[in-house]
Design a protein around this ligand. Sequence first.
Ligand code: ADP
Ligand code: ASP
Ligand code: MG
Length: 410
Amino acid sequence: MALYVQKYGGTSVGSIERIEAVADRVKKTRDSGHDVVVVVSAMSGETNRLVGLAQQISPEPTPREMDTLLATGEQVTIALLSMALHRRDCPARSFTGWQAGIKTDSAHTKARIQQIDVGSMQQELAAGRVVVVAGFQGVDDADNITTLGRGGSDTTGVALAAALKADECQIYTDVDGVYTTDPRVVPEARRMAQVTFEEMLEMASLGSKVLQIRAVEFAGKYNVPLRVLSSFVDGPGTLITLEGDETMEKPVISGIAFNRDESKLSIMGVPDLPGVASRILGPVSAANVEVDMIVQNISEEGNTDFTFTVHRSDFRRTQTILEGITEDLGAREVLGDDRIAKVSIVGVGMRSHAGVASRMFDALAAESINIQLISTSEIKISVVIEEKYLELAVRALHSAFGLDAVEETA
Ligand code: ADP
Ligand code: ASP
Ligand code: MG
């Protein structure tokens, strides 16, 4: 007898029919003799709807009230799923984040789980009940409701699996596993049977929203067996593993991630003096804006052009900050572009293969796609391009690195 944590995302609980289907699946696991803790998201679209309501009242609602609002979506689905389980004679009990003992810090809308008091959940399991927990939420020390950032139910699932020492954390979603790239953009994308934590972490942080980054971090840190599966069709899904499958020859590139959430800012003609980078980025980070890629070009006249990327939602704010310091810095002007996209190739196989970057650049050049910025790490290469070429770039790279599914010939 095993203990499984099963997390069901928004689409998987997006209607009454789907909640009924989830109840069937949970009951089936229970009937095979296993204990089950279920984590659910809000019905698909619900969290966005709540954000929209708040924005009709205030462009900047206080984060505490925002969390109180956003956490309601998941309270609906835990109750409905528990009812559906009762109808199937499957004893079950719903738990909001605080009832499940999920304690977080006080960073509203992006709180981190600090501790989980598993006592009451364990009592329910011992009494033979299915525990149904609201994802994405917890409480801080002062009992304020907090949320874990968009996509945070994945993290609730993994954290509960770690705290309860579950045999596996199963992330049920609307695709049947992790693909070489988003299958909605590249129909030729292939499901991976396995992917390493290291690669999954890069893919998630570079834009593959199939798993929240923190969930992958957590699973890697606490060694939680993690699997991504479809809630609609049966199948083995994708297992996230510590090590790759040694019996298989490793592909150079495992996957391609992309992200449309970035924007680019340049401050041109800055006198090239010590401390210039910190004088530019200091005020940006003081405004709580996270900077991603940074490039500094030295020009011959002792001036430098300084370029960096920030989340698109921080674009205007950052532009205003830069315009405010242009004169002080003796810089010429500020340029901005919020129609960019980042495309990244990821693979541990890159460590042992030369020429990966040039293969990537050749493939983009063949489609006449101009590269604006480049950044690399040991297992990834990212480029910034014009947003309108994003899909073309992802498809070209997918095929250039031999990731396209091979048509079965009968
Ligand atoms: P859920 O609501 O279940 O949490 P998400 O929408 O957060 O689901 O994540 C699933 C989606 O992630 C898929 O529908 C797919 O479009 C997208 N996705 C992006 N990259 C990948 C990838 N490499 N493999 C699989 N799905 C991906
Ligand atoms: N409902 C939240 C969101 O839409 C959390 C989640 O689905 O994981 O972001
Ligand atoms: Mg998700």
